[in-house]
Design a protein around this ligand. Structure first.
Ligand code: PMV
Length: 336
């Protein structure tokens, strides 16, 4: 029997991925950019064992066994990495052996905290280690087929997922923008508003947006290209105010599209909106933009803030949200 254990962190999208041009290959309609958290922060940890004696492929998530369907995303990732192993002639482990996969998240699953991104990135990375496949850009095309945003978690620092133009998806890859060392004092404060599973999965929400939102194509054509270019400039220059404005505007636009979807996808709740108001008045009161919120497909807030400003922001959060303060301020993280 051979086994490997790996960990992969979540990434927090700044310019959001929303909408697919190919459902099964998971090809997005727009580029996206995110920051990957540190490897000892919000992570998935996955152990994969392969043995001649195993009868079936099996999978456990947070101790619960899940069925492994032949046409599932998990099997697509397994077959994808096995294909690379064959092509590289590099397999350490026989491709005919069945695998047992056990994965665990150290944070709420499916509550809009990018658990699937960390989970599939970890799965694909672990499979690559098991079969001796090189860790490179091609591997991001496999992680993408587990969960789109997972391709960005294969790299640390700031990462861009290029939508690509080819029908086979071979150019829809993630590439690093800058490493974490470039902006080491960039932190994320995560306010857990609600850790229940989200009502509408991102897969369902995107499908519905693609068929009903009248705004989504405008975003793809007119907004994202300029926004990703400006964001990369802000990251390269370590220009926090510009970074923050883009981050908040893109979060707002993503949720505007979610609401423009019919029936609407409502991911933020009253507390989320109170956090948006709080961040704007906080920045206004201190006369400088020091905090930037972003919300994925759930009510929880991720607040980008520089390390030197964390204590002041945290004190203000605890003052404005006194009842929730101890529960809601769960994670305070840097990147590595
Ligand atoms: O990768 P998925 O299917 O979990 O979709 C992620 C969608 C957002 O989190 C809302 C945006 C993003 O770019 O991560």
């Amino acid at each position: 029997m051979f086994s490997v254990t790996c960990i992969a962190p979540v990434n927090i999208a700044i310019v959001k991925y929303w909408g697919k041009r190919h459902e099964e290959l998971i090809l997005p309609i727009n580029d996206s950019i995110s920051m990957t958290l540190g490897t000892n922060e919000l992570c998935a940890k996955t152990t994969i064992a392969a043995s001649e004696g195993f009868q079936h492929n099996r999978m456990w998530l947070n101790d619960d066994e899940l069925p492994v369907e032949e046409d599932s995303r998990l099997m697509r990732c397994l077959k994808g990495v096995q294909r690379l192993a064959l092509a590289n002639g590099s397999q350490k482990v026989s491709l005919s052996w069945k695998v047992h996969i056990a994965s665990r998240n150290n944070f709420p699953t499916a509550a809009g905290l990018a658990s699937s991104a960390a989970g599939y990135a970890c799965l694909v990375y672990s499979l690559a280690r098991l079969y001796g496949v090189p860790i490179n850009e091609e591997l991001t095309t496999i992680a993408r087929q587990g969960s789109g945003s997972a391709c960005r978690s294969l790299y640390g620092g700031f990462v861009q997922w290029h939508s690509g133009a080819l029908d086979d998806g071979s150019d829809s890859v993630a590439k690093p923008v800058v490493s974490a060392q470039h902006w080491p004092n960039m932190h994320v404060l995560i306010l857990v508003v609600n850790d229940e599973r989200k009502k509408t999965s991102s897969t369902k929400g995107m499908q519905r947006s693609m068929t009903t939102s009248q705004l989504i194509q405008h975003r793809v054509d007119k907004i994202v290209p300029e926004r990703t270019a400006n964001l990369k400039k802000a990251i390269e220059a370590r220009d926090f105010p510009s970074f923050a404005e883009i981050t908040m505007k893109d979060s707002n636009q993503f949720h505007a599209i979610a609401l423009d979807t019919y029936p609407p996808c409502v991911y933020m709740n009253d507390v989320s909106h109170a956090i948006v108001d709080f961040v704007h008045s906080y920045n206004e009161t201190i006369g400088e933009v020091q905090a930037a919120y972003t919300f994925d497909a759930g009510p929880n807030a991720c607040i980008y803030v520089l390390k030197e400003n964390v204590a002041k922001l945290l004190a203000a959060v605890q003052k404005v949200f006194p009842n929730d303060a101890t529960e809601s301020v769960e994670y305070l993280r840097g990147i590595s």
